[in-house]
Design a protein around this ligand. Structure first.
Ligand SMILES: NC(=O)c1ccc[n+]([C@@H]2O[C@H](COP(=O)([O-])OP(=O)(O)OC[C@H]3O[C@@H](n4cnc5c(N)ncnc54)[C@H](OP(=O)(O)O)[C@@H]3O)[C@@H](O)[C@H]2O)c1
Length: 212
């Protein structure tokens, strides 16, 4: 399948690209500069240059069998999160709908479903993601929203906890990426949003346990 990955130059997105290539997919890696695209192209990904805040994603979404959206504001300045996590993500979801991308997995954040209960310093980000998550859930697309706890650069463990609302926890970006890629092939995760942390279940068991 041809799968587009936003934030492919980022830490989670990079792991998503690796997982997809290993699984035999064709990867359309969406990045903001040729410099960041070159290493991904060298690994076998197609590279598309696109800034989500300024460019129309319709052309590179066309023909994709799936989209894994991991991009998020890396800029700490006020308004950056709103621009990427809300405004650009709303445009991305709308374009995916217009083009008819069959499957969308969006990386959100724990507490995006209840921003006012999340850590105070993260509330602007959480509110932006809440709007985008609601838009995706109401889009008519076949979606999954993954809400990880605090991200770590540790190695993958393959052992996670997934649930409609987990209280707290952390997880490696590598494990988040593996879960995102697994969701593409697990119908039980369609139209489902869930929290994700490290834990004691294999990814397949954790995802199967979400159904019902
Ligand atoms: N940090 C945490 O503890 C935490 C917790 C829960 C959820 N999350 C979420 O998990 C996801 C992955 O986080 P991460 O820390 O692995 O990401 P990251 O390493 O910060 O990477 C962010 C990616 O988004 C891209 N990006 C930023 N603005 C963009 C724009 N305008 N157009 C196109 N691409 C853009 C960046 O591109 P450049 O390389 O060009 O900058 C980069 O590839 C994000 O959605 C994040 O909000 C994070």
């Amino acid at each position: 399948m041809l799968i587009a990955v936003t934030g492919a130059s980022g830490r989670t997105g990079n792991h998503v690209v690796t997982e997809l290539l290993q699984a035999g997919h064709t990867v359309r890696a969406v990045v903001r500069s040729e410099e960041k695209g070159a290493p991904l192209r060298a690994r076998g990904a197609e590279v598309v240059l696109s800034d989500l805040t300024t460019d129309d994603p319709s052309a590179w979404l066309a023909g994709c069998d799936g989209l894994v959206h991991t991009a998020a504001a890396s800029d700490p300045r006020p308004g950056a999160s709103d621009a990427v996590d809300r405004v650009a993500t709303l445009a991305l979801v709308a374009a995916a709908g217009a083009v008819g991308v069959p499957r969308v997995v969006q990386v959100s954040s724990m507490y995006a479903d209840r921003p006012d209960e999340g850590p105070e310093f993260l509330r602007d980000v959480l509110r932006a993601k809440a709007v985008s998550d609601a838009a995706l859930a109401g889009s008519g697309l076949v979606w999954t929203i993954v809400r990880p706890g605090g991200l770590l650069d540790d190695q993958a463990t393959g052992q996670v906890a997934a649930g409609r609302q987990l209280g707290s926890g952390r997880i490696s970006r590598a494990d988040v990426a593996a879960v995102c890629v697994a969701c593409l092939a697990v119908p039980a995760t369609e139209r489902l949003a869930f929290d994700l942390t490290s834990g004691g279940q294999s990814i397949s068991d954790a995802l199967a346990g979400l159904a019902g």
